[in-house]
Write a protein of this length. Structure first.
Length: 161
């Protein structure tokens, strides 16, 4: 199996590795994280997407007293990006978390639902989406949504006989 993950990189070293656009993307994901509506979990998640033409779209997790109504930061950003800019490709997505209650030792990876959504957009646009996970100490880069969900459900399965 090909190597999927680039090693965790200390955040201080990231300054030299990341492009200006990527630094901007991280900063927008952090801003989004601060705007999360997460009064039930107290677990804030922020996500920012870089589209073609250097357009950024961000989102945070949005919870509700009726728990299942809530939605993750990644899908908030993805659906917003694809609603507003349906023709633009998604180049990169950055995800970060913040919580006063939970330890934030490792950068958090997207849940299964968000992986499925990311993957369908990746397949549709015929080019990979880079995924960056980060916290205050480390970041890691995953080269493609497919690497996060190798055995996925795709629209081909819905082709009628
Ligand atoms: N959450 C996200 O926003 N993204 C993920 O990938 C995992 C979990 C949110 C959902 C919920 O509001 C809170 O984090 C705790 O699960």
């Amino acid at each position: 199996m090909k190597e999927v993950l680039i090693k965790y990189i200390e955040k201080d070293r990231a300054e030299n590795i990341l492009t200006d656009l990527e630094k901007n993307l991280f900063s927008k994901a952090s801003d989004a994280c601060n705007k999360a509506y997460a009064p039930y979990s107290n677990f804030n998640v922020g996500s920012s997407i870089l589209l073609e033409n250097d357009i950024f779209v961000s989102g945070s997790n949005q919870e509700n007293a009726s728990f299942p109504c809530g939605i993750c930061a990644e899908r908030t950003a993805l659906f917003s990006a694809k609603s507003n800019y349906p023709k633009l490709k998604i180049l990169k997505i950055a995800i970060t978390t913040k919580s006063k209650e939970f330890k934030n030792i490792e950068p958090v990876a997207p849940c299964g639902l968000c992986r499925q959504v990311l993957l369908e957009y990746e397949i549709k646009q015929k080019s990979t989406i880079e995924i960056y996970l980060f916290n205050t100490k480390k970041f890691l880069k995953i080269s493609s949504a497919k690497d996060l969900l190798p055995f996925y459900f795709s629209e081909e399965r819905l082709m009628r006989k």
